[in-house]
Structures are given as C-alpha cells and as structure tokens.
Write a protein that binds this ligand. Structure first.
Ligand SMILES: Nc1ncnc2c1ncn2[C@@H]1O[C@H](COP(=O)(O)OP(=O)(O)OP(=O)(O)O)[C@@H](O)[C@H]1O
Ligand SMILES: [Mg+2]
Length: 308
C-alpha cells in the first residue's frame, strides 16, 4: 500500500534521505523509528506529496506520488508533527474548514464532522477553541482532521509525542480501531518501546538510511533482547539452574544473588515451561516474574551504530 524505491532527498548538500526502500502492506500499522534528524518527517512529507524527492520513487496504493498528486492526496491522511496555530477557531469550525478544503459537499459536512468527533471522542469539546485544548486533545483533533476525507492510508508524524501515558494509550487504542476499519497506518516515533505493542512491522532509520526493517519479534532477536524471567526457589538454586539450562528453549539460566534469571531463545510464551520443569523436578517456586524488556537501551545502541 505504501512503497518507496531508492527514495533520496538532498537539502543542498545535506543527504536527508538515501536510497530508502520501504514496503508497507495494506492493513498494517508500520512504525517508522529513528532519532532526531533521521529523515522521518522528510519521508512522510514526500509520501504526502508536500515535498519533491531528489531521486527515487514513492507510491501510495500503486500511484506515483510525484505524478498522481491529486489522487494520492485523496488516499492519504497526513498528520504533521506540528499542528499550527488557529486563533479563535472552534473545534467544529476547524474540522468543517478542512471538510470544505477536501471538497466535501456542504450537506454532508456536518455528519462527517460529527462522525470523526465521535471516533476521536471530542464531541464535548466541539465548541471550544482549538488553542484552548490540551496537547492530547489537540493530537486527537489532528487525527480527526486527517480522517475527514476517509483516506485509506494514514501517515502520522509523531502522533504520541508530548502525551501523558494515559493519552498515549488512548491514541494507541484509536489507531487500533482505525486499523480494524481497514486503514494502513504509518506512524513515526523516536522511541521503539512506544510503538512495540501496536506495530506489525517497524523500520528503523538513521541518518537517512534504513538500518533495519522487520517484525517486532525479528527486531528483538536482532538486538539480542529477549524476555527475561526472574525467579526464586526454595532451597539450593543450583539444581534448578541445571534443569533449566538443559532446555533448548532457554538461552541461559543464571544464579544472581538469591534468585535466578532466565532468558529465552525466542519470544513465545515460556512462563509455563519454567513452572512445569521445576515442579517435575520437585523444586518449589517462591516467585516467578517477567522482567522489563530492555528494548530502548538496545535500540539506542543500534542507532548509535554500535550494534551491526
Ligand atoms: N527544509 C529543510 N532544509 C534543510 N534541511 C532540512 C530541511 N528539513 C529537514 N532538513 C534536514 O534533513 C535531515 C532530516 O530531517 P527530518 O526532519 O526528516 O528528520 P526527522 O527524522 O523527522 O527528525 P525529528 O525526529 O527531529 O523530527 C535533518 O538533518 C534536517 O536538519
Ligand atoms: Mg520529524
């Protein structure tokens, strides 16, 4: 649904984007992740037909963005990273303004605006001025705006930035709802863990180059980050460590102070495995808990170029 081939953008001498190849399937939520200045906004602006690439091509729904701009704009909802300033404009006026800009007939505007207000849970704010909304509400309003012309593809530049954890979860639920409605969603972020629960695939970009693309599971494997479980057993932990290390699913079981840490070869649900093995070996468990995944730490290393 979204494809780029050798996409390259120079600003003067600065290579902001170099030979980017992306392929995003219809119905996916694709996370586009990279540090400041990596080229995320540049890519998204090209996809939204707001910026000409220097070289290479980009397609939305099979349409070349540089040649079929009008049709592409009808299929893409682009949410910029900055909302802009709308003095004294009320929420519903803002949305009706964009409905008019997308040539939606006057008679239909109200029902469409009501629909997106409902979807983004902003009905109670419709007579507030845009500037009086909190950051989280403004983000939702931006999303409401890109949905006005019912695009197939959503290109969202850091929709979760600056949001508190709760607003972040709300945005995530909203995006999952939009995915169920059949939309293809590309979403950028600096933070891998912010997207891990909602993305089907991720691409990591650094200094204009794609350094990784794949599923979350593949990225964990690549970064060497696996789920870790911490457990405590009654009595001497040595036999438990031995039993666990004999299992092929377990990468390593290790004694650390009075407990044992276990890492797995892959991400499948392994909790039952430890309990079963220890019970069969007549070892009583005091506690067993999954550890926080050190994904962001590993990600930082990747974007510093430490992990090859
Ligand atoms: N209009 C412009 N003129 C000149 N250089 C630009 C312009 N826009 C972006 N750049 C440069 O291109 C590079 C990529 O910028 P871009 O905004 O695409 O990165 P980004 O990944 O979106 O970063 P951020 O996470 O900070 O939003 C940066 O080095 C930036 O300074
Ligand atoms: Mg950006």
């Amino acid at each position: 649904m979204i494809q780029t081939k050798g996409l390259t953008k120079y600003y003067g001498d600065l290579a902001a984007l170099v030979d980017l190849d992306l392929d995003i399937n219809a119905g996916d939520i694709f996370g586009f992740i990279g540090p400041n200045g990596a080229g995320k906004t540049t890519t998204m602006r090209i996809l939204a037909t707001l910026l000409e690439p220097t070289r290479g091509r980009a397609f939305i729904d099979g349409l070349d963005v540089t040649k079929k701009g009008k049709q592409v704009r009808g299929r893409v909802g682009y949410m910029p990273d900055f909302m802009g300033v709308y003095d004294d404009l009320k929420v519903f006026e803002y949305l009706e303004f964009f409905a008019a800009a997308f040539n939606i007939p006057r008679r239909q505007r109200k029902s469409i605006v009501d629909g997106v207000l409902e979807l983004t849970d902003l009905q109670s704010k419709q007579t507030f001025t845009v500037d009086s909304l909190s950051r989280g509400m403004q983000q939702r309003l931006s999303l409401a705006r890109v949905l006005i012309h019912d695009p197939k593809v959503l290109v969202l530049d850091e929709p979760a930035s600056g949001l508190d954890p709760r607003a972040r979860i709300e945005i995530r639920q909203l995006l999952q709802e939009l995915q169920r409605m059949g939309k293809t969603i590309m979403i950028s972020s600096h933070i891998l863990s912010e997207l891990e629960e909602m993305c089907d695939h991720v691409g990591i970009i650094e200094q204009g180059k794609l350094v990784f693309t794949g599923t979350m599971e593949e990225i964990r494997r690549r970064l060497g980050v696996s789920t870790m479980v911490r457990l405590q057993v009654v009595g001497d932990p040595r036999r438990a460590v031995e039993l666990l290390n004999a299992l092929p699913q377990i990468r390593q079981a290790r004694r650390v102070d009075d407990h044992i840490t276990v890492t797995f070869e892959d991400d499948s649900d392994n909790d039952g495995l430890i309990a079963r093995t220890l019970v069969q070996g007549n070892i009583d468990i005091i506690s067993l808990q999954p550890e926080q995944i050190k994904l962001d730490q590993a990600f930082l290393q990747l974007t510093k170029g430490i992990v090859q």
